[in-house]
Design a protein around this ligand. Sequence first.
Ligand SMILES: Nc1nc2c(c(=O)[nH]1)N[C@H]1C(S)=C(S)[C@@H](COP(=O)(O)O)O[C@H]1N2
Ligand SMILES: [Mo]
Length: 204
Amino acid sequence: MSLFEGSERKRKEAQMREAGRLPPGQSLTEKWPVLHYGAVPKVDLASWRLRFFGEVEVPTAFSFDELRALPRITRCNDIHCVTRWSKFDCRWDGISVRELLARVRPTPQARYVMVHAEHGFSSNLALADLLDESVLLAFGMNGEPLTPEHGWPLRLVVPKLYFWKSVKWVHGFELMQHDAPGFWERNGYHMRGNPWNSERYSND
Ligand SMILES: Nc1nc2c(c(=O)[nH]1)N[C@H]1C(S)=C(S)[C@@H](COP(=O)(O)O)O[C@H]1N2
Ligand SMILES: [Mo]
């Protein structure tokens, strides 16, 4: 990195801090780091399904074509990784999770969701956090389709929580009555993960 690029980054970072957009302990990155546990999965779109199960009235498996045919939405937001980088003004293109939930109809007992991905990765969310208007299922970011490393064919984006909750290669939503820890949450990370409260580890 040249001296100029470094000071430019610092200037933008100070701007974001000033604007109240940089959570505590985070720093700005212009790049898009790739971070995950395990290998990038190979996905066969013909047999791929996005499943909704557990506490739902209408358990459903959506094909990729069915999801592509749904109304498109875009969301602009900032993402915050627990490893302390934040990336600003990401423009995501995708579909509404709320719309899918309206179709599968969570039971009145449903309060939490386990989000499932390839290779057994999972992360837990409160249903209320999943229903936030900032949330979407993304096919692409900043005008480009997702690359396999960033979650192609589909990833969840939950910008108000640390980015480990934004599950790549998502293929299932399990609606639950009670909260339960997902992959990182079983390994010491926080059950909710709100960056504005520095909810990094289970004892934060
Ligand atoms: N399926 C899956 N999704 C995942 C992860 C993972 O290991 N597997 N890691 C999470 C973590 S810790 C982060 S920071 C982000 C990183 O997303 P990126 O590689 O697109 O930046 O993905 C999240 N989603
Ligand atoms: Mo992360």
